[in-house]
Design a protein around this ligand. Structure first.
Ligand SMILES: NC(=O)c1ccc[n+]([C@@H]2O[C@H](COP(=O)([O-])OP(=O)(O)OC[C@H]3O[C@@H](n4cnc5c(N)ncnc54)[C@H](OP(=O)(O)O)[C@@H]3O)[C@@H](O)[C@H]2O)c1
Length: 298
């Protein structure tokens, strides 16, 4: 059975949206949809050539010329700061921020000294959102949509070893980062109560995208063994356009304007695991993320 589609006919004329990782996969499909609705769309991507190719595709398909690209590498806190500064100088409003970019990989460390998966999937978006809060508040009602994953239900925030320096395994590291997305959405909603800025966490489904280009640990005999099983699983994956529907739903559906801090899948609210609704953990993660990104020194 095909997954549900976002049914909203909302126009985004005179609205501005930022989509991170918009050059491919789910992010590209979200950006296409927002452009078709008339929004000014900023494609926040780490590779300028890929971003330009996506821009051309979106403009051609939507007829909306108001699509821009801007360099953002979430694995670099200085790149996040430069992007946010540029955006605040060049844009007078921000109505929708879609924190979509994500990846998983073998163990690696960013220039800032953090686990790459944690920084790209959580810390980079945490810093970006905080740096853009004034613009979001000024443009309220506005929305922050964080693309998480069902993997959040299998994750745990390991405060003692958040960068997995003692032992690293790709799936727990990814699950931790996706749990962080849901806890961030929840704590952000609490902190933004009464401002008109609302937040949403999304599981897009099992989607056939480029994210599977790195399957950590799938080398040598493991790869030979797993490849047929993986091919079989992929036969059940949904398309990027289908995977984008819940993200679009959370970004534009008018009926959601009074909801904030919740977790969605198949264009509906879902109850994540108990770990993803623990407010004490959400607060602790917020404070740790503030220190790690330099937003707070205490
Ligand atoms: N596919 C699934 O089944 C699935 C399931 C659950 C959740 N998700 C989530 O959905 C989101 C989108 O993933 P996708 O499946 O569409 O994967 P994708 O096709 O691989 O797209 C990921 C995007 O993130 C970008 N990105 C990666 N590292 C970055 C960095 N350091 N700075 C800026 N951008 C970076 C990629 O840019 P490049 O093209 O330059 O690499 C790409 O544009 C992710 O958050 C993922 O965790 C996906």
């Amino acid at each position: 059975m095909a997954p549900p589609k976002c049914l909203s006919k909302a126009s985004l004329q005179d609205k501005t949206a930022v989509v991170t990782g918009a050059n491919t996969g789910i992010g590209l499909e979200v950006a296409k949809d927002l452009a078709r609705r008339g929004a000014r769309v900023i494609l926040a991507c780490r590779n300028e050539a890929r971003a330009e190719a996506a821009r051309a595709e979106i403009v051609k398909g939507s007829g909306n010329e108001n699509v821009m690209t801007s360099k953002l590498d979430l694995a670099s806190l200085s790149s996040v700061r430069e992007f946010a500064q540029r955006l605040k100088e060049e844009e007078s409003r921000l109505d929708i921020l879609v924190n979509n970019a994500g990846m998983f990989t073998e163990k690696s460390t960013t220039e800032d000294g953090f686990d790459t998966v944690l920084q790209v999937n959580h810390l980079g978006h945490f810093l970006l959102t905080n740096l853009l809060l004034d613009l979001l508040k000024k443009s309220a009602p506005s929305r922050v949509v964080n693309v998480s994953s069902e993997a959040c239900n299998h994750g745990r925030i390991n405060f003692e070893d958040i960068n997995a320096e003692k032992s690293y395994d790709a799936f727990p590291a990814y699950a931790q980062s996706k749990l962080a997305n849901v806890l961030f959405t929840r704590e952000l909603a609490r902190r933004l109560e009464g401002t008109g800025v609302t937040t949403y966490a999304v599981h897009p489904g099992f989607v056939k995208t480029d994210i599977w280009r790195y399957i950590p640990g799938m080398y040598g005999w493991k790869f030979t063994l797993m490849k047929p099983m993986f091919r079989l699983m992929m036969a059940f994956a949904i398309t990027p356009e289908q995977g984008a529907q819940t993200v679009i739903h959370c970004a534009v559906e008018e009926a959601l304007s009074s909801e904030s801090g919740l977790y969605y899948s198949d264009c509906d609210v879902k109850q994540p695991s108990q770990k993803a609704t623990d407010d004490a953990v959400a607060r602790q993660l917020w404070e740790m993320s503030e220190r790690m990104t330099g937003l707070s020194s205490s």
